[in-house]
Ligand binder design. Structure first.
Ligand code: BGP
Length: 486
């Protein structure tokens, strides 16, 4: 069995990580414009105002705002049939709460989307990839406030109407599932996803739980809205599902790992099953958290079921044991898996994990899955002749795509396509670094924003071109290395 002939191939990017031009075209500041550069060992900070002496990587991005035509040509050259990109809310509504949209913002995305369509590339549009207008944080308290749901829906309706018939695939949110109060409370990622608060303030569990609820409600309402506007719209939500394995087969450890994993699934349960899970409400009650809900919410959950699930997959981790206390800590609070290699940033490389999660999701929800992100962040070496030999990236991706194929052809998982993160080097979300590179296209830019912004093709560029042309049949990096035309 082979992948379907209409299997989507391409990549994913996000506005705040690539566009730059953060004040051009009447764009308002967004929360991500206030996030400083960090590194693996130094967490990014969210400042309440811009501090001129600090480095804010989103301000320049990789200059996609001005170079999108060049970049889309390169995507086309690789054979892309799809590109997932996000719209930055603050380009459309600079404060987030205006009635009338900013024409310049719409015009920018219209040019990008028209260029994609003219090149035979299906745009898959994420409506919220951590891009919360700052004004809504300062004046409304962001997702903690239900009024923000209505403002988000007004923004969704505006862009869904504007691009009606041009965009068929919509994503309501990126990775809201790392918001559970018990799991990653103090992590910078939580703040970015929630689009709230400035670094020195810890989010209380009550607030985090309410934010998770409100965002889930916003998503189901956006799905219903999109279906109403055009029944042909296919609307999904993207989740980052990194499996947590049990430390060993002691039943206590199996149960512990299951429960830790399960914290990531309550929003997807709500969006696929049509009701906010009772198990979550009960769990919150035992922590004295009373979610603010309204009667009409029940109908909203019932009417806003997803059409597909977007899966971001990078790594797996291992849950700590209930018994041992001497394990080596890994980045995400678990322990290092002795059977897996780790990336330079401590992410456990586990190709089989993607097949495991695809199966788990498909059997739990029986909805098509779109791989919306998968890739290796690595330090690349630019040779004197302008070449970049990134065998490690090809090898990582080949092993993962192989497992995606097995999930489809041997386990019968419905999969709409595979989108790598990211087809072009861009700013890392977790660290703000440029040197954590994912692309097939190298961008000449360093961690301090210095460089020519020139685009260069890495070896993996030609490799992915062959993968796509063969519909995933030719994956071996070594074969292609010998025959590639450079
Ligand atoms: C996902 C985010 C992306 C992207 C990716 C890689 O969680 O959706 O925005 O950044 O992770 O992570 P990083 O950039 O931190 O290496």
């Amino acid at each position: 069995m082979e992948l379907a002939s209409d299997f989507l191939w391409g990549g994913s990017i996000a506005a705040h990580q690539c566009e730059g031009s953060w004040q051009v075209g009447n764009k308002g500041p967004g929360i991500m414009d206030l996030v400083t550069k960090g590194s693996r060992d130094c967490e990014r900070q969210i400042t309440s105002e811009i501090q001129p002496e600090l480095n804010y990587p989103s301000h320049e991005g990789i200059d996609f705002y001005n170079q999108y035509e060049t970049d889309i040509q390169l995507f086309k050259e690789m054979g892309f049939t799809a590109l997932r990109l996000s719209i930055d809310w603050a380009r459309i509504f600079p404060n987030g709460d205006e009635e009338v949209p900013n024409r310049k913002g719409l015009a920018f995305y219209e040019k990008v989307i028209d260029t994609l369509l003219a090149n035979g590339i299906e745009p898959i549009v994420t409506l919220y990839h951590f891009e919360m207008p700052k004004y809504l944080v300062d004046h409304y308290g962001a997702w903690g406030n239900r009024r923000v749901i209505d403002l988000y829906l007004h923004y969704c309706e505006t862009v869904m109407r504007f691009f009606n018939g041009k965009v068929h695939y919509w994503v309501t949110f990126n990775e809201m599932n790392h918001l559970d109060p018990k799991s990653e409370q103090s992590d910078i990622f939580t703040y970015m996803i929630a689009g709230v608060k400035y670094s020195d303030m810890a989010l209380p569990v009550q607030e985090l739980a309410q934010i998770g609820y409100n965002m889930t409600l916003a998503s189901v309402k956006a799905v219903a809205l999109g279906h109403e506007l055009n029944p042909k719209n296919r609307i999904g939500c993207v989740f980052g599902f990194n499996p947590i394995y049990a430390y060993d087969c002691r039943p206590e450890n199996i149960l512990k790992a299951f429960l830790e994993n399960d914290r990531d699934y309550y929003q997807s349960d709500a969006m696929c099953f049509g009701n906010f899970p009772k198990y979550k409400i009960k769990e919150y009650e035992t922590w004295n958290i009373q979610l603010k809900r309204e009667i009409a919410d029940e109908a909203a959950f019932a009417n806003g079921k997803l059409d597909f699930i977007g899966l971001n997959y990078y790594l797996s981790s291992v849950s700590k044991s209930e018994f041992e206390r001497k394990e080596t800590e890994s980045l995400f609070g678990g322990v290092q898996n002795p059977y897996l290699e780790q990336s330079k940033w401590g992410w456990g490389i586990d190709p089989m994990g993607i097949r495991y999660v695809m199966n788990y999701l498909y059997r739990r929800y029986q909805l098509p899955i779109l791989i919306t992100e998968n890739g290796l962040g690595a330090v690349d070496c630019l040779e004197a002749d302008g070449s970049i030999h990134d065998e490690y990236r090809m090898s990582y991706l080949a092993k993962h795509i192989e497992q995606v194929k097995k999930a489809v052809t041997e386990d019968y998982v419905e999969c709409l396509g595979y989108l790598s993160w990211a087809p072009i080097d861009l700013i890392s979300a977790s660290t703000g670094e440029m040197s954590k590179r994912y692309g097939f296209i190298y961008v000449d830019l360093d961690d301090w924003g210095k460089g020519s912004f020139k685009r260069l093709k890495k070896d993996s560029f030609y490799w992915y071109q062959r993968v796509i042309a063969s519909n995933g049949e030719i994956l071996d990096p070594l074969v292609k290395k010998v025959t590639l035309p450079y």
